[in-house]
Design a protein around this ligand. Structure first.
Ligand code: RP5
Length: 167
């Protein structure tokens, strides 16, 4: 199972596509609003009990002074994916730096600002290390990204001699 924590209900619109992709990859998941600052005890309890309940990867999304991924990572050895959310006057730059600049020993795998889909894909890639079915769905998804490529926008396939160097 993938556990998703989000710092505020106001972050939920930025998670669009995340749970849908997890479902597409066949990954059960749960989504909880749990603020590191407003509900520190509940956040700590969730982090400490997640592995025992079968959670294998955590995605923690937060904006502004985004301490949720780091405080969760401090309380579990499960891999934590940090998802910075664009909210407030700094529009995610504050969250990005808060999440990515973890002290040595407690890493958070950070994706881009509002990169909810990449968070889902990275979670699936971690689970796919030991789950063949998830790996096959990931392979199919990756193939679908380039389904209509290459798409020629301009130029010609004519390789005639005109303009050649003569070499
Ligand atoms: C962060 O503060 C949340 O993750 C959210 O991005 C931001 C604002 O939260 P609200 O005041 O809208 O609840 O902790």
């Amino acid at each position: 199972m993938v556990g998703i924590l989000v710092g505020s209900e106001s972050d939920l619109p930025a998670l669009e596509g995340l749970t849908g992709l997890l479902t597409q990859f066949g990954l059960p998941h749960e989504l909880l609003v749990c603020s590191a600052h407003r509900a520190p005890e509940a956040t700590a309890e969730y982090a400490e009990t997640a592995a025992g309940r079968g959670v294998q990867v955590l995605i923690c999304a937060a904006g502004r002074a985004a301490h949720l991924p780091g405080t969760v990572a401090a309380r579990t050895t499960l891999p934590v994916i940090g998802l910075p959310i664009a909210s407030g006057p700094l529009q995610g730059m504050d969250a990005l730096f808060s999440i990515v600049q973890m002290p040595g020993g407690v890493p958070v795998a950070t994706v881009g600002i509002n990169a909810a889909k990449n968070a889902a894909i990275l979670a699936a890639q971690i689970v796919a290390l030991h789950d063949d079915a998830v790996r096959e769905r990931l392979t199919a998804y990756r193939a679908s990204l380039g389904a209509d490529a290459p798409k020629r926008i301009a130029g010609t396939t004519d390789t005639g001699t005109a303009g050649g160097t003569g070499a």
